[in-house]
Design a protein around this ligand. Structure first.
Ligand code: PGA
Length: 256
């Protein structure tokens, strides 16, 4: 029995991870359609769906009811503070209470529109880990940085908090990295296989055996090819996760 549990856990760990980031989109009725299709499928991967805050509790209740072990609920952000007078913020404890098990931290839109920096990212990861939330930390360079040849420099800078925390925790952290080149997000132009492989190798060289996901214009038409690339442990999907058929097709292609 003990061996069986270990093998099952290992198999789950070896599966690709597909994350759907709904951002600030959709109504409950629209998002519920995507959930219905996820619940009725039999997917070869672990799936995390990240709805806007107001829909978190309803999403976790719906998934719990379906009893699906491969489907998790994540938040798109978390406060760096534990609790108190921080109007509009949501704490890691609250996310945990709502049934979340994952949180996306440092998405480029958070960095760009809400001025989040490496210190914020580090505090958020620490808060989330303290509440046993699994963290997906996003990194990515701008088109300008890629053209200037400074993409790796930028990624290394953004990875600094993760490298520091991993060094403090010899047993490892519940942490994944999402490499999301900013120029590829929402543009319809994903990074090329070569660009992805080379950056994932660079990232793994810095963080070791930490899962690395790719994000940026992943759609049904390119998901399988991307997930079969060396060192790609899954994908973070924005726009295409809002459409039930498209997202379902991405999840079915998560093999390799
Ligand atoms: P996209 O977004 O799939 O719409 O490009 C990805 C993301 O921002 O996580």
């Amino acid at each position: 029995m003990r061996t069986l549990i270990t093998v099952a856990t290992l198999l789950k760990l070896m599966r690709k991870h597909v994350i759907g980031n709904w951002k600030m989109n959709g109504t409950w009725a629209e998002l519920d359609e995507v959930l219905e299709s996820l619940i009725s499928g039999d997917y070869p991967c672990n799936i995390t769906i990240c709805p806007p805050y107001p829909y978190l509790a309803a999403t976790t209740q719906k998934i719990a009811h379906a009893g699906l072990g491969v489907l998790a609920v994540g938040a798109q952000n978390v406060s760096q503070f534990e609790e108190g007078a921080y109007t509009g913020e949501v704490s890691a404890t609250m996310l945990k209470d709502c049934g979340c098990s994952v949180v996306v931290i440092g998405h480029s839109e958070r960095r760009r529109y809400f001025a989040e920096n490496e210190l914020d990212v580090e505090s958020k990861i620490r808060r989330a880990l303290a509440c046993s939330l699994s963290c997906v930390m996003c990194v990515g360079e701008t088109g300008f940085e890629r053209d200037a040849g400074t993409a790796e420099e930028k990624i290394q800078l953004q990875l600094a908090p993760a490298i520091k925390m991993l060094a403090e925790s010899p047993l490892g952290l519940s942490l994944s990295i999402a490499y999301e080149p900013i120029w590829a997000i929402g543009t319809g132009v994903a990074a090329s296989g070569e660009q992805i492989v080379s950056m994932h190798e660079f990232i793994k060289g810095l963080v070791g055996d930490v899962p690395v996901l790719y994000g940026g214009s992943v759609v049904a038409g390119n998901a399988q090819a991307i997930m079969q690339l060396h060192n790609v442990d899954g994908v973070l999907v924005g726009g295409a996760s809002l459409n039930a058929a498209e997202f379902s097709s991405i999840c079915y292609s998560a093999i390799g």
